[in-house]
Design a protein around this ligand. Structure first.
Ligand code: CAA
Length: 389
């Protein structure tokens, strides 16, 4: 009999601050309907000056280590597209902050927003080879576009940590996967830039083509039929994208594309992304957290995942909710992570957006802002210094 492998625990963290879209709209004169309805976003998380992908990742993973211990974790896979170093894996800092055993491999993965799904699939392969081990998969990103650009309203920040192992308490991940890769320039960030470059309409089209391509491969591989899924967790660069993607898929399959059919499939998955904004690699798994926290009992039901990363690579796969999964959710913690953020004015947001660490050697202390458990204290001789608060 094949092993049951999947997500045993899931925890997320986000930034210290929040910028309401009403504040952004008041600054740039945009009709708020474009944000609230047109792209489906209400607010965006903004990291403090002393927060980054490492502090958010450690904050997301710490409750998992507190609940399960770290002794069985032999691999940490850190997926990000807002990497802080060209050589050292960000997960090594997290491994240290969490006090994980030294008998552990730590690696960073990149392919835009798709990276965490690659990490999850690689984790499943490792667990299949050695069922005694658990793998800590972390997705952590800060989504940053130029000020006053079209992408600005879709910014956000969050980290999701997932413990992957046998007999998972939450979701059993199934075979097959539907895969799709196409060489497109829809969204990219050259090494010398802090903010991403994007061709907005091209990126939406590329996403929809990828969704179609993964579904086609998924069905050819013998996957489930559309009707079998209780819900669909899409990558959500902005929540309206999930609506567009699901409508596209229904249309491709010759199904009814009315608003009710789309809302029933994706409605509950958008709640966290709508107020956090784009968290790139973490986004699709924030969709899962929102679904599980709000849905009625889905035990035994299958849910679909569509993970898209610009450039582009995408994967469609299924997971089934295991008996008792509701006892292991972190609903209250998740609500607190969102509610604890402090609102910022437009001027405060702009200052944070423009803040960057110095690039010449020397010592620099970051402003003490975060109230989270970990902070980036500064940089000294080009070395990032992290501390536990
Ligand atoms: N009331 C209600 N709706 C309104 C409105 C109003 N007053 N004004 C405009 N709208 C609607 C528009 O009709 C449009 O809806 P449809 O897409 O359904 O037609 C929507 O609001 C957006 O309007 P525009 O297309 O005019 O907006 P824009 O030119 O500012 O760009 C965007 C939108 C392209 C998504 C831009 O925000 C962007 O470039 N975002 C970053 C790239 C991105 O997220 N791409 C998604 C796919 S790539 C990906 O998934 C990877 C990733 O994470 C980046």
């Amino acid at each position: 009999m094949s092993l049951s492998i999947g997500i045993h625990d899931l925890s997320f963290a986000t930034g210290e601050y929040v910028l309401e879209h009403t504040t952004l709209a008041a600054h740039n004169g945009t009709d708020i309907g474009k944000y609230h309805v047109g792209i489906g976003q209400e607010s965006m998380s903004v990291p403090a000056a002393d927060e980054d992908i490492v502090t958010m990742a450690a904050s997301a993973a710490a409750p998992i280590i507190a609940r399960h211990g770290g002794d069985r974790i032999r691999t940490v896979v850190f997926a990000t597209e807002s990497s802080i170093d060209q050589s050292k894996a960000a997960g090594v800092y997290v491994h240290s902050l969490l006090g994980l055993p030294s008998a552990c491999r730590v690696v960073e993965l990149k392919q835009a927003c798709y990276g965490a799904t690659a990490a999850l699939q690689f984790a499943i392969g490792l667990v299949r080879r050695d069922p005694a081990q658990q793998v800590l998969v972390i997705a952590s990103d800060v989504s940053k576009y130029e000020l006053d650009s079209p992408g600005e309203s879709t910014q956000g920040a969050a980290a999701v940590a997932m413990l992957v192992g046998v007999d998972p308490a939450l979701v059993r991940i199934e075979d097959p996967s539907g895969l799709f890769t196409a060489d497109v320039m829809d969204f990219w960030r050259p090494n010398y830039r802090a903010a991403a470059l994007v061709d907005g309409q091209e990126s939406i089209n590329a996403y929809l083509q990828a969704a179609e391509g993964t579904w086609k491969d998924y069905t050819e591989q013998g996957g489930r039929s559309l009707e079998e899924f209780a819900a669909f967790c899409y990558h959500q660069p902005f929540t309206k994208m999930a609506t567009k993607a699901h409508r596209h898929l229904l249309n491709y399959c010759g199904k009814d594309t009315d608003n009710d059919a789309v809302a029933a499939a994706i409605g509950l998955t958008t709640a966290y992304n709508r107020v956090i904004g784009n968290s790139y690699t973490a986004s699709v798994y924030l969709g899962l957290a929102a679904l599980l926290d709000q849905a009625e009992d889905l035990t035994g039901r299958s849910i679909a995942f569509l993970s898209y990363g610009s450039g582009s690579v995408a994967e469609f796969f299924a997971g089934t909710l295991v008996a008792g999964y509701r006892d292991h959710l972190r609903t209250e913690q998740n609500h607190t992570a969102i509610a604890r953020r402090t609102p910022v004015s437009y001027a405060e947001y702009r200052e944070l957006h423009e803040y960057s660490l110095p690039t010449e050697g020397g010592d620099h202390a970051t402003p003490a802002q975060t109230t989270g458990p970990f902070r980036l204290a500064g940089i000294s001789g080009h070395k990032r210094i992290y501390e536990t608060r």
